[in-house]
Write a new protein. Structure first.
Length: 64
């Protein structure tokens, strides 16, 4: 039988641990996407034109 302690631990796992794991996976995905770049069928390399601070000039900002 499943006791109250087991239910509390299972609930805590889903409320605390799983969101942390999902957040870590999202961060890793964004870092990998930033490093490699997304699929670019046009063959335009946006990393060629950089400003003085090293940021690509024709990139799209993440937020306004």
């Amino acid at each position: 039988l499943i006791s109250g302690a087991t239910l509390n631990r299972f609930f805590a796992l889903h409320v605390v641990a799983l969101p942390i794991v999902l957040l870590a996976l999202v961060v890793l995905h964004i870092l990998a996407l930033h490093e490699v770049g997304s699929n670019n069928p046009d063959g335009i390399n946006i990393k060629d034109k950089k400003g003085p601070d090293g940021v690509p000039l024709d990139g799209v900002p993440f937020h306004p």
